[in-house]
Design a binder for this molecule. Structure first.
Ligand SMILES: Cc1cc2nc3c(=O)[nH]c(=O)nc-3n(C[C@H](O)[C@H](O)[C@H](O)COP(=O)(O)O)c2cc1C
Length: 302
């Protein structure tokens, strides 16, 4: 468990996108929620990433398979941050997450420092647990130069929201340098986002080749996550939220041993939406002392 400066504690988070924009999940998951097999309240809900203005991306509701495909053990997606924008979220989803009393983290993708400042203003008065800076979506272009300084500047601007900040990094980024650069600004580092197809399967064409190959999630990225968590634990001081391919109690145990203190679950919701809650309960039953508030690590203890 990680305790933020505002007293909010996070232990199991949904990967951004896993339970849509408001924690109710995608439409096909509703029946599971109604019968209690999927309970969003056991998670910190990380909202699907929002941009300042609506963004078309590649996801079309009438043909989702064009941008998301299942592969053995996981998925590949090239959604490209399709979303209706932050104003829509504040108007439509925020009242709902409040009503449902969900602990909520808003994931944002500002394209510039100016945009990050506008996000901070819009988020300031909301009652949320934290803001997550998605600095790592592999399906949108990123700066080739000054990435570390740019992420730090975005983080500083977003901190003006007054909420704790999580920075989500990708395997294909200088994630250790980013984590070091946002120390004292962010309160946790979240590793990792989906991994570009070409890094996971260098010799195999992606089913989403026409959209740039897409990002791989689920079991195929387990080794990448372990490596990232190990390196972050060795070289940076921020508490680590680990995610990528978590499907079993053993995954949680291994990531904990490597230094993670909170976990995020994404693709498992897509492939077996009744499993994540079972996993959370199994972890809490096996390791009650690890979930207890006295075992916390906060950005300010380090
Ligand atoms: C269909 C899909 C959409 C996603 N959308 C986002 C997103 O909007 N923002 C983000 O930060 N991560 C997004 N992700 C990445 C997940 O949140 C998660 O970090 C990644 O899939 C690794 O975890 P997993 O293996 O448990 O899925 C998405 C993943 C998938 C499969």
């Amino acid at each position: 468990m990680i305790t933020f400066s505002n007293g909010e504690q996070v232990e199991f988070l949904t990967g951004s996108g896993a339970l849509a924009f408001d924690g109710r999940g995608w439409i096909w998951e509703y029946p599971l929620r109604w019968v209690g097999l999927l309970n969003p309240k056991e998670f910190t809900i990380v909202v699907k990433t929002l941009t300042l203005r609506p963004r078309k991306g590649n996801l079309r509701w009438y043909a989702p398979w064009r941008a998301v495909r299942l592969i053995p053990g996981g998925a590949v997606n090239a959604v490209g941050l399709t979303n209706p924008g932050i104003d829509w979220w504040i108007r439509t989803c925020y009242p709902r997450v409040q009503r449902m009393r969900l602990q909520t983290v808003v994931s944002v993708y500002p394209e510039s420092i100016e945009e990050a400042k506008v996000f901070a203003e819009k988020l300031h008065s909301l009652s949320i647990a934290a803001v997550e800076l998605n600095a790592s979506c592999p399906n949108v272009p990123h700066r080739e130069t000054d990435l570390v300084e740019h992420v730090r500047a975005l983080a500083l601007a977003l901190r003006e929201s007054g909420h704790p900040l999580i920075v989500k990094v990708g395997y294909d980024q200088p994630y250790v340098e980013i984590a070091q650069a946002v120390e004292g600004v962010a309160e946790a580092i979240h590793a990792i986002n989906t991994v570009p197809w070409r890094l996971v399967y260098p010799d195999r064409p992606s089913p989403l080749a026409r959209l740039g190959g897409g990002g791989v999630s689920g079991v195929p990225i387990r080794p990448f996550v372990r490596e990232a968590v190990q390196r972050l634990h060795a070289h940076a001081r921020l508490p680590i939220i680990a995610g990528g391919g978590i499907t079993t109690l053993q995954d949680l145990e291994e990531l904990w041993e490597l230094g993670a203190r909170a976990f995020s679950i994404g693709t498992l919701f897509l492939r077996a939406p009744w499993m994540p809650n079972r996993l959370v309960r199994a972890w809490r039953a096996r390791y009650p002392e690890r979930s207890c508030p006295t075992a916390t690590v906060s950005a300010y203890d380090t």
